[in-house]
Design a protein around this ligand. Structure first.
Ligand SMILES: [Zn+2]
Length: 410
């Protein structure tokens, strides 16, 4: 799939270069020289985009995408660097993550699943009493021995579902416990999956150490069958929608890259369910991994919400965040904790946006597809939709249209 319009072809290349500048500015917002470079470049690219008149549907999508990314990124940087930003915090979030985003955060804060959290704590207490320390020889040996099985399970599932080419292979490095508390990661160029030691835990049962590999599967599905496959399916597309490290940090596209990976995590959980027997997993093991993921998700949402209202308090002296939290949650402890202990601001938490709104936009895309093609088609073509959903790294605004385009072309 290539761009026909010659001017757009050139702009596409420039945009992929711009992502590098964007990436640098993300990490150096206080650098005024960088700010000038960034805004000058955006101005130039916007003017160029305006002059282009695409003649076919694909070119139109590419141009829409470029304009959407520039627009959303500008809101993001303007908010961070400009104390007189013209929109309210709520409006700002809806502008960069889609209508209804602020309401979504608020709702999650209000209706946090306290019953589940309570039961999970109970459950974790039972597990903790049986935990075998991951530094022990027994635990490390079991983890190490499990890695080849994990690898072949993920490879087989990926190939069966067309997420990976039939001749695909990759490397897993199990991080030692000391470093393994760091996040797992996928290195596209070298096809390395760095798996955090937290992917496994170990318990003592009937005087024998047993391995619990649930999280490692979820991580493998996320990194390899999410990001890795996305990279494979977008590699023959124009530069500006190819999966690279830089594009992964763009405000407008991170909800799409993380949305795909989160969707794949859910497939990972279904995989664990169907294979519970041979992995020696109990029902409680599956509930445990699901609930832990949900708590992690809710915590990310809280973090963004808190970061944003902290920001509001800094800008609007009359606004009292403690009162606001108390008003919406009726939870005095939470409001107090926030007032006294929460120190982070939006600029510290923005990278969580993609993880929080990812699955929201993936589901939104699925709903749009169902609207366009009907229920029957959507049900019968699940895999095809999952594949077309990985063609290109798009802004969330353009994503449903892009997936529809590829489905029609297939
Ligand atoms: Zn990810």
């Amino acid at each position: 799939m290539q761009i026909q319009n010659k001017e757009l072809f050139k702009l596409d290349k420039k945009i992929s270069e711009f992502y590098k500048l964007n990436h640098n500015f993300f990490n150096a917002n206080a650098n005024l020289y960088g700010k000038k470079l960034y805004y000058d470049k955006v101005k130039e690219l916007k003017a160029e985009a305006k002059k282009i008149n695409p003649k076919n549907e694909f070119d139109e999508l590419i141009l829409d995408n470029i304009e959407s990314i520039l627009k959303i990124n500008n809101y993001h940087f303007d908010f961070i660097t400009n104390p007189n930003f013209e929109y309210s915090i709520n409006e700002f979030l809806d502008l960069i993550m889609g209508k209804g985003s602020w309401k979504f955060l608020e709702k999650t804060i209000i209706y946090r699943d306290y019953k589940m959290r309570w039961e999970l704590t109970e459950q974790n207490r039972k597990i903790n009493s049986k935990i075998v320390n991951r530094f022990t020889e027994d635990a490390q040996k079991l983890s190490k021995e499990f890695v080849p099985k994990l690898k072949s399970d993920i490879l087989n599932y990926g190939k069966e579902n067309n997420y990976l080419p039939k001749d695909f292979d990759f490397n897993i490095f199990l991080l030692p416990p000391k470093d393994g508390s760091e996040y797992s990661s996928w290195r596209p160029e070298t096809k390395i999956l760095n798996l955090g030691a937290y992917g496994f835990y170990h318990i003592l049962e009937n005087n024998k150490t047993k391995i619990k590999p649930m999280k490692a599967y979820v991580v493998g599905f996320h990194e390899l069958l999410g990001h890795g496959s996305h990279q494979i399916y977008s590699r023959d597309l124009p530069e500006s929608i190819k999966f690279t490290d830089e594009i992964g940090t763009i405000t407008a596209t991170k909800p799409i890259t993380e949305g795909i990976a989160t969707y794949r995590e859910n497939e990972g959980i279904s995989y664990l369910k169907s294979n519970a027997k041979h992995l020696e997993l109990t029902n409680l093991d599956i509930i445990d991994v699901k609930d832990n993921l949900l708590v992690e998700y809710e915590n990310r949402i809280s973090d963004i919400y808190y970061g944003l209202i902290k920001e509001r308090e800094l800008r609007d002296k009359k606004f009292d965040s403690q009162k606001e939290i108390l008003k919406i949650t009726n939870n005095y402890v939470l409001a107090n904790w926030f007032k006294n202990d929460y120190k982070r601001k939006y600029v510290d938490v923005w990278s969580q946006l993609g993880y929080v709104f990812g699955i929201v936009h993936y589901n939104n895309m699925l709903n749009q597809i169902e609207k366009n093609f009907g229920k029957k088609y959507t049900k019968e073509n699940k895999n095809k939709i999952n594949i077309c959903a990985m063609k290109g790294v798009w802004s969330w605004e353009v994503y449903p249209k892009a997936v529809k385009y590829f489905l029609e072309k297939e």
